[in-house]
Design a protein. Structure first.
Length: 530
């Protein structure tokens, strides 16, 4: 990677607990930036003098307060006719360090200079990488979920209609699965072929359903750049198929046919009874199957007057570019920039408090073709989390073991209602037999404690957590017990126990004061009604 030497003008502001500290550009000895479409991160190193007690940053910098960083860098020029563009970033500071240069030969071993170093990143990345919420939303949209996670420093423009859809439930179990909200959100958007973009001109974020044409275009002469290189992705030889594993809607649908090699498959397996859901998955898989077009890499021979950041466009329209080049007359969109600036003079006193200094460094950029509509990599989502719930039924008395299901007009299916005490919310689950064989019809009744396995948009009953009231038998009986009915005044009991090491089968029916009983034991059958 080729390096250049250039004069760079920069300014740095650190705001801590409402107090702003300014650092002149000449004091900055190292600056590394990694700019991507989703955001940025970097590190910076600078000197401050404390010869006359002028360094006011020390105490604030070493505190546990949040540090806001504002950085601006551009080429320094003596020309009155040139107006260099600057890269301006607003970030939050992460890890940091302070080196104190002590002079023991001076009175009181005075500290004359301090060298500060810190890492930083864009606001959403910094805050949401420490954000692990466990939340449940019922009949809310994904847009509302995202909006609720915003703080004042995170500004988002929503440009995807899919976020507006009201969902029966949305559950985040990130604290249980140890996936941060930032990685979760970018993974979810990528799986839906949607883009999380950082707007470098407005210090804000955009959730966008498709890529757009750059708002501005850069054009350079050959002397400005070096190392033009085109990279191509591995050939795509797989045919995309969508498989529906539902027993009543089983199907295999070819989404995208590939003629390069026969028999290489990429199968997407879903289980759904709904034709609309299957169609949505077909469209999504078709979008995710878009090929990655040739990508361009280049470096600059000096810090450019027109800076390149992700999202800007690049054209090769200068006559000095070879018309035989693959890149000639093509248009590109920036997707990443790596910048490293290291001051030639590293001592603290050199260019101290000046607005610029001399650096060695590189400015390397990655571009995609402007017609590239490929989505990002398919990232795995958070695994399910587990929480307890209680079956809800509004029929019968409070203590009755009644069950209830509701008809969903949209899905045309039957559903339980389950209350989740942790969030004090009720969700809907399919009214189905779960682990019971089809011979039995034993719906879960009111008040039954169950363990739920919850994904982002759905939940399943894993197991029942308690024995039912009055169904428990003493261990001395070595018995089994099946209890039907609503309550102890209205039920039927079937039990098999051992009395004197001999089996006894008892069937007993109760309706207030009316009881019937059949008892089978050694040498005797008892019928009783009263």
């Amino acid at each position: 990677m080729s390096q250049f030497s250039d004069s760079i003008e920069s300014s740095l502001k650190l705001t801590i607990n409402g107090q702003t500290h300014s650092v002149p550009g000449g004091n900055i000895k190292l600056c590394r930036l990694a700019l991507e479409t989703t955001g940025f991160n970097g590190e910076i190193e600078f000197w401050l003098s404390d010869e006359y007690g002028s360094d006011k940053l020390t105490q604030d910098f070493a505190s546990e307060q949040l540090i806001k960083l504002q950085l601006s860098i551009k080429q320094y020029t003596y020309s009155q006719n040139l107006t260099p563009e600057s890269i301006s970033l607003t970030a939050l500071v992460g890890r940091r360090s302070v080196y104190e240069q002590q002079y023991i030969e001076l009175k009181d071993s005075k500290i004359l200079y301090r060298k500060y170093w810190c890492e930083f990143s864009d606001v959403a990345q910094f805050l949401w990488r420490q954000h692990f919420p466990c939340l449940l939303y019922v009949d809310k949209s994904f847009k509302q979920l995202i909006s609720d996670q915003q703080v004042n420093e995170i500004i988002i423009v929503f440009d995807w209609a899919g976020l507006e859809q009201t969902r029966p439930m949305i559950c985040l179990g990130l604290g249980a699965t140890r996936l941060c909200f930032y990685d979760f959100l970018l993974g979810y958007l990528a799986q839906n072929g949607v883009f999380w973009l950082y707007d470098y001109s407005n210090n804000s974020y955009v959730i966008r359903a498709k890529k757009v044409t750059p708002a501005s275009w850069l054009s350079f002469i050959p002397d400005h750049i070096y190392g033009l290189k085109l990279r191509y992705d591995i050939p795509d030889v797989k045919t995309q198929d969508l498989l529906n594993g539902h027993s009543e809607q089983a199907s295999t649908t070819e989404v995208k046919h590939n003629t390069l090699v026969k028999g290489i498959k990429n199968h997407r397996l879903i289980i759904t009874p709904f034709a609309q859901t299957q169609k949505q998955q077909q469209n999504l898989q078709l979008k995710l199957a878009e090929p990655i077009l040739g990508r361009l890499e280049l470096g600059f021979k000096g810090f450019p007057l027109m800076v390149a950041v992700p999202g800007c466009g690049l054209i090769f329209d200068h006559s000095d570019f070879s018309h035989e080049g693959l890149y000639c007359q093509q248009s590109y969109r920036a997707i990443g920039c790596d910048i490293l600036l290291t001051a030639i003079e590293q001592q603290g006193q050199h260019d101290l408090n000046q607005v610029f200094t001399q650096y060695q460094g590189h400015y390397h950029c990655h571009f995609e073709h402007k017609n590239d509509i490929s989505a990002g990599p398919d990232c795995p989502l958070s695994p399910p989390c587990y929480v307890e719930g209680i079956i809800v039924s509004e029929t019968g008395e409070k203590a009755d073991k009644t069950y209830q299901y509701h008809h969903n007009e949209t899905s045309q299916q039957m559903e339980y209602r389950i209350n989740i005490p942790l969030w004090d919310q009720k969700i809907k689950l399919l009214f189905k037999p779960d682990f019971m064989p089809p011979h039995f019809y034993f719906p879960l009744y009111k008040g039954c404690r169950v363990l739920l396995e919850i994904d982002l948009f759905s939940a399943r009953i894993c197991r029942v957590l308690d024995w039912g009231a009055r169904v428990f038998l003493d261990k001395q009986t070595e018995g089994n017990h099946l209890l039907f009915g609503k309550n102890e005044q209205d039920e039927t009991s079937l039990s098999h126990v051992y009395e004197g090491n001999k089996p006894v089968l008892i069937l007993k029916r109760v309706k207030v004061d009316d009881t019937e009983m059949v008892k089978l034991e050694e040498g005797k059958i008892t019928f009783q009604t009263k």
